[in-house]
Design a binder for this molecule. Structure first.
Ligand code: NAG
Ligand code: NAG
Ligand code: NAG
Ligand code: NAG
Ligand code: NAG
Ligand code: NAG
Ligand code: NAG
Ligand code: NAG
Ligand code: NAG
Length: 849
C-alpha cells in the first residue's frame, strides 16, 4: 500500500514537472513567444495563446483559443488588422514579445514589428510581463501587478465570461464586438455590436453604420429585447450602470462550462449575435458547439419595423398595429404593409389640464431609450405624476425590476415611441399616455375582449368538465374492481380551471376586480416601509387604503412562486368565489408583469393566536366574544365543507389562520393548503402531509388520510384552546404527560371541567355554555373520524339547550398512546410574521379514489 502511494506521488510529480516544462503562461523581456510555440493558461489550462493562420488565409495572427476543445475556436486576436505575412508554418521565427517598458509587440522573423501596444503614459517603467490568464485574458502587468494593458479591454468578435461590452469612462475604453471580415480574415468588418450609453443604455448591432438590432434597456434582470435571459440556467449576468462605467458581462459556473457570445457577419440583417455553448461528448475534447441563442430572430427584431407609435407582435396578423389611441399616419401605405410612416395620435393630449391618463401595454420590449430620461429612485406613482406634469412626456415604465417595489425608478419617453414590440408572456409593462377620450375607448374594448374570453372559457370548460367526469367515472370503476383494503396513494392533481369555469357556466359573476399597479402603489403610498405589515411566507404584506376609503391588505407574491399568470388568475378567481362572512375576502388582484399581488380586506385585529396566547391581550377576549368566535369559525367551516359549490378541506386550520376584524368577527384565512374534493369522495390519501402539528388529526398525521373530519378535529382543538387559553402543544410539560386534549377529557370525566377555563376569564362566563363548548370540542377530537360530528352537527350541538343532552365524548386522538409518535411529526407549516393573510394560492383539485 505504502509503496503504491509513493509510486503515485512520483508519477504525479513527474506529470507536473513535465507539464510545467513545456507549458508556460508568461512572456517577459528577452523571453518572447516564438511562432512555433504556445502559451497555456495556468490553473485549469483552459486557454491557449499562439500564432495561427485561419483556414484559407496566407497570414499569421496571434490569437487565443480554447485548449480543451477539439475544434479550434479562436476567441481573441491581437493583430487582427496587422498580420505577419505568410502561413504559420513559415513563421516559426515570428515573435510576440513584451519589452521592459511594457510594449507588447508582434514581429516577423526579421524582427520587423507589425503590431504593438504600449501602456498608458504614467504607468512608468517596471518589470513588465505578459501572461495569458485562465479566463482567456492576455494581461500586461508590472512587477507590482498593476495592469498596463489587457486583451479583455479590447474584445474582437467574442465576449467571453467576465469580458465586458460597454464603456469604461475612467479609461475611455469603448469595449465593442466587431465581426471578422470573413472566416479567413479576422480584420474588423462592418458589423459592430456596442453599447449606446445615451439615455437608458442599450446594445445595438450596426451593419455599415445602420442599426440592425436593439437589445432594449437592461430592466434589472435582462435586456427587455432578450426576455428569455431569465431562463438561462447556470449563467449569471452583471449589468453596471454608474458614472464610471456602463457595461454588460456574464459569468458561467465553472471552467468546463464553455459559453461565448460572438458577433457574426452572416444572417438576413447582415449582423448576427450568437451565444454558443460547448456540449461535451465522449472523452477528451470531444463535443460540439451548440447555438444557445441568437438575435435578430424574427421580423419584430428588426429596428423599428412598425414605425413611430407602432407595435410589433409576431403573433399578430399582420405583425404591425398602432398603439391604442393611435391610427396609421398613412392608411394607404399601411394596408400595403408599408409601416414606415407609423401611427399618429387620434386625440391630442390635454397636457396641462390633468385629464390625460395611461394605457398599459403589457409584456413589452420598451421603445428605443436612446433619448429617454431615467430616474433611478422614483416610484412608479412618482413616474406617473412626473409624466403627467411634463407636456412632452408620452410614456413611462419601471427602470429596474430587480429593485424593491416603490424604488424601481422610471424611464420616461418623450415624443413618438419607436421600435416597440410585445411578447406573449415576457417583457414589462409600459404606460402610454393617452387623452381621456382614447382611454374610454380602451376600457370599452377591454370589456368586449373580456366577454369574448369568458364565452370561450365556458365552452372549453364544458369540454374539460365532461372529460373529468368521464375520468372520475372510469377511475371509480377501476378502483372498485381492485382489491379492497390497499389504500390508493394516488392523488391526481387537476387544474382548477375546471372548477372556475364551472362557475362561469353557472352564470356566476367572474368579475374579480383586477387592479393596476399604479392604484396599488398609490394605495400603499408606494409600498412604503411604514405601511408594511409583515413578511409572509411568500413575500411582504402592506397595508393600504383604496380611493374609496376601503382599507386593504396587499400581499405581493415574490417571484419565487412558480405559478404562471393564467394559473394564478384561475386560482384567485376560485377563491374569490368563496364568499362568506367568516372567510377572509379577496377584493382583487393584480398581475402586473412579473408581479402577482393579492388584495384582501384588511383585518384590524390580526389573528386569534395573537390574542389568545398572550396574557394581557387575552383579557380582551371575554367569554361572549370567545363564544361568538367559536360559532363564527364553525359557520365558516360549514360553508367550506358543505354550503359552497365545492367541498373544500382546509387542512391547516389553526388559531393563527383565524383572523379577526375590528368587531372581532373571526374569518378563516390561508387556503394555501386547501384541497377540493371531487364528487362525493369522503376521504383522500396523500403522500405529503401538510399542516400544523398540534392541530392535525391522527389519521392525517399518521396515515396521510384526510377528509372533512380532519378539519373537524382541528376545529375541536381550536375550541379547546379558546376555552383554556393554552396551546395544544404546550401541555406536554404537564407533570402527568397529558396533552391538552387528554387533559381536558380526563377533567371532564372527573366532573372538574370548569378548572380548564382560562383564568383570565375569572369566572365571568356562563358555565353551561362553557360545558357545551367543551363537550363539542372533545367530540370533535375523538380518535375515530367516524365518531366525530360533521360541522352541521357541531353547530346544532352548540345551539342545543343544555350540555347534558350531548353524547359523552370518547377518548381523544393523540391521547397518551399516540402522543409519542405524534411528537415526531414535524411542523411543516411556515409560521407567518403577519399571521393574517392567505398565503399561497395553490388550491388543487383532488380526484379521490
Ligand atoms: C499563399 O501564398 C502562396 C505563395 O506565396 C501562394 O502560392 C498561395 O496561392 C497563397 N494562398 C492563398 C490562399 O492566397
Ligand atoms: C522553434 O523554432 C526555433 C528556431 O526558429 C527552434 O530553436 C525551437 O526549438 C523551436 N521550438 C519548438 C517548440 O519547436
Ligand atoms: C527577411 O529579410 C530577408 C532579407 O532582407 C528577406 O529576404 C526575407 O524575405 C525577409 N523575411 C520576411 C519574413 O520578411
Ligand atoms: C463606442 O463605439 C460604438 C461603435 O463604434 C459607437 O457607436 C459608440 O458611440 C461608442 N461609444 C462612445 C461612448 O463613444
Ligand atoms: C460545471 O457547471 C455545470 C453547470 O452548472 C455542471 O453541470 C457541471 O457539473 C460543473 N462541472 C464541474 C466540473 O463542476
Ligand atoms: C457564423 O454563423 C454561421 C451560421 O450560424 C456559423 O456556421 C459560423 O460558424 C459563424 N461564424 C462564426 C465566426 O462564429
Ligand atoms: C384645457 O381644457 C380646456 C377646456 O376643455 C381647453 O379649452 C384647453 O385647450 C385645455 N388646455 C390644454 C393645454 O389642452
Ligand atoms: C420634460 O421632459 C423632457 C423630455 O423628456 C425633458 O427634457 C425635460 O427636462 C422635462 N421637463 C421637466 C420640467 O421635467
Ligand atoms: C437594480 O436594483 C438592484 C437592487 O436594488 C441593484 O442591486 C442594481 O444595481 C440595480 N441595477 C441597476 C442597473 O441600477
Amino acid at each position: 500500500m505504502a509503496s503504491q502511494g509513493l509510486c503515485l506521488l512520483q508519477l504525479l510529480l513527474l506529470l507536473m514537472l513535465s507539464s510545467a516544462s513545456h507549458a508556460r503562461d508568461i512572456i517577459s523581456p528577452g523571453k518572447p513567444l516564438r511562432g512555433n510555440d504556445t502559451l497555456v493558461s495556468a490553473g485549469s489550462g483552459s486557454y491557449v495563446l499562439g500564432f495561427f493562420t485561419p483556414p484559407g488565409s496566407n497570414n499569421t495572427y496571434v490569437g487565443v483559443w480554447y485548449a480543451r476543445v477539439s475544434v479550434r475556436t479562436v476567441v481573441w486576436v491581437a493583430n487582427r488588422a496587422d498580420p505577419v505575412p505568410g502561413a504559420v508554418e513559415d513563421n516559426a521565427g515570428a515573435t510576440l514579445s513584451v519589452s521592459a517598458d511594457g510594449t507588447l509587440a508582434v514581429a516577423d522573423a526579421n524582427s520587423t514589428v507589425v503590431w504593438s501596444v504600449s501602456p498608458a503614459p504614467g504607468m512608468g517603467a517596471g518589470q513588465y510581463t505578459a501572461r495569458i490568464r485562465d479566463d482567456g485574458n492576455l494581461v500586461v502587468s508590472d512587477a507590482g501587478g498593476r495592469v498596463a494593458w489587457q486583451g479583455f479591454d479590447h474584445p474582437t468578435d467574442t465576449l467571453l465570461p467576465g469580458m465586458r461590452v460597454g464603456m469604461d469612462f475612467v479609461t475611455g475604453a469603448n469595449m465593442t464586438l466587431t465581426a471578422w471580415t470573413s472566416p479567413s480574415d479576422p480584420s474588423p468588418g462592418p458589423v459592430v455590436a456596442a453599447m449606446d450609453t445615451s439615455g437608458d443604455p442599450e446594445v445595438f448591432i450596426w451593419n455599415d453604420g445602420e442599426k440592425v438590432w436593439r437589445s432594449g434597456p437592461w430592466d434589472g434582470l435582462q435586456f427587455t429585447g432578450v426576455p428569455d435571459t431569465v431562463t438561462y440556467t447556470g449563467f449569471s449576468f452583471r449589468f453596471v450602470n454608474t458614472p464610471r462605467e456602463v457595461s454588460y458581462s456574464f459569468q458561467v459556473p465553472n471552467s468546463s462550462f464553455l459559453s461565448r457570445l460572438a458577433l457574426n457577419s452572416t444572417g438576413a440583417a447582415g449582423g448576427l449575435l450568437q451565444r454558443w455553448t460547448w456540449v461535451w461528448a465522449g472523452g477528451g475534447g470531444g463535443g460540439a458547439w451548440n447555438m444557445y441563442w441568437y438575435a435578430p430572430k424574427d421580423q419584430c427584431d428588426a429596428v423599428n419595423p412598425c414605425g413611430a407609435n407602432g407595435v410589433c407582435d409576431t403573433n399578430g396578423f399582420p405583425v404591425c398595429s398602432c398603439l391604442r389611441g393611435f391610427a396609421p399616419r398613412s392608411p394607404e401605405a399601411w394596408v400595403l404593409r408599408d409601416n414606415r410612416a407609423g401611427c399618429a395620435r387620434a386625440t391630442p393630449l390635454d397636457c396641462g389640464n390633468g385629464t390625460d391618463g395611461f394605457a398599459v401595454v403589457a409584456h413589452a420590449k420598451v421603445p428605443d431609450t436612446t433619448a429617454a430620461v431615467v430616474d433611478s429612485t422614483a416610484s412608479l406613482a412618482d413616474c406617473r405624476e412626473r409624466c403627467l406634469g411634463n407636456c412632452s412626456c408620452t410614456a413611462y415604465a419601471s427602470a429596474n425590476l430587480s429593485a424593491a417595489f416603490g424604488r424601481r425608478g422610471c424611464v420616461m419617453w418623450s415624443g413618438a415611441l419607436a421600435d416597440l414590440r410585445v411578447y406573449p408572456s415576457f417583457g414589462q409593462d409600459l404606460y402610454v399616455r393617452l387623452a381621456a377620450a382614447d382611454l374610454d375607448s380602451v376600457s370599452k374594448s377591454k370589456k368586449k375582449v373580456q366577454v369574448i374570453i369568458a364565452v370561450a372559457v365556458s365552452i372549453c370548460a364544458l369540454a374539460v368538465i365532461l372529460a373529468i367526469a368521464g375520468f372520475i367515472f372510469w377511475r371509480r370503476k377501476r378502483t372498485k374492481s381492485r382489491l379492497s383494503g390497499t389504500p390508493s396513494k394516488w392523488s391526481g392533481v387537476l387544474h382548477s380551471r375546471a372548477l372556475l369555469s364551472e362557475g362561469t357556466s353557472h352564470g356566476a359573476d367572474l368579475d374579480l376586480p383586477i387592479y393596476d399597479l399604479e392604484t396599488i402603489a398609490e394605495a400603499t403610498e408606494g409600498f412604503s416601509a411604514d405601511n408594511k405589515l409583515g413578511e409572509g411566507g411568500y413575500g411582504p404584506v402592506y397595508k393600504g387604503k383604496l380611493e374609496d376609503g376601503q382599507e386593504i391588505a396587499v400581499k405581493t407574491l415574490s417571484k419565487a412562486s412558480t405559478q404562471g399568470p393564467d394559473e394564478f388568475k384561475n386560482e384567485v378567481m376560485l377563491i374569490a368565489k368563496l364568499q362568506h362572512r367568516n372567510l377572509v375576502r379577496l377584493i382583487g388582484c393584480c398581475i402586473c408583469g412579473q408581479e402577482k399581488i393579492l388584495i384582501y380586506e384588511y383585518m384590524a385585529n390580526k389573528s386569534l393566536d395573537f390574542f389568545l396566547f398572550d396574557k394581557s391581550r387575552s383579557m380582551l377576549l371575554d367569554w361572549r366574544t370567545r363564544y361568538r368566535i367559536i360559532e363564527g369559525i364553525a359557520r365558516g367551516l360549514l360553508y367550506l365543507h358543505q354550503d359552497s359549490r365545492y367541498r373544500i378541506v382546509h387542512r391547516d386550520l389553526k388559531t393563527g389562520n383565524i383572523l379577526l376584524d375590528k368587531d372581532m368577527t373571526p374569518k378563516i384565512s390561508d387556503f394555501g393548503m386547501a384541497r377540493i374534493f371531487g364528487g362525493d369522495d369522503s376521504e383522500i390519501n396523500t403522500l405529503r402531509v401538510v399542516g400544523t402539528y398540534g392541530y392535525m388529526a391522527p389519521e392525517y398525521a399518521m396515515d396521510g388520510v384526510f377528509s372533512v373530519k380532519s378539519d373537524v378535529f382541528s376545529f375541536g382543538v381550536i375550541v379547546l384552546e379558546i376555552i383554556t387559553g393554552i396551546r395544544n402543544r404546550g401541555v406536554y410539560s404537564y407533570s402527568n404527560h397529558l396533552n391538552l386534549l387528554a387533559h381536558a377529557w380526563s377533567l371532564l370525566s372527573e366532573g372538574k371541567s370548569l378548572d380548564l377555563v382560562d383564568e383570565t376569564l375569572q369566572g365571568t362566563f356562563d358555565p353551561e355554555e362553557v360545558l357545551k363548548c367543551l363537550k363539542v370540542g372533545l367530540l370533535c377530537v375523538q380518535e375515530n373520524p367516524e365518531d366525530r360530528p360533521l360541522m352541521s352537527q357541531a353547530l346544532t350541538m352548540l345551539a342545543a339547550a343544555d350540555a347534558t343532552s350531548l353524547p359523552a365524548p370518547k377518548q381523544p386522538g393523540f391521547a397518551a398512546r399516540r402522543a409519542a409518535a405524534a411528537a415526531t411529526t414535524e411542523d411543516t407549516s411556515s409560521s407567518r410574521a403577519d399571521g393574517s393573510f392567505v398565503d399561497s394560492m395553490t388550491i388543487t383539485i383532488i380526484e379521490g379514489r
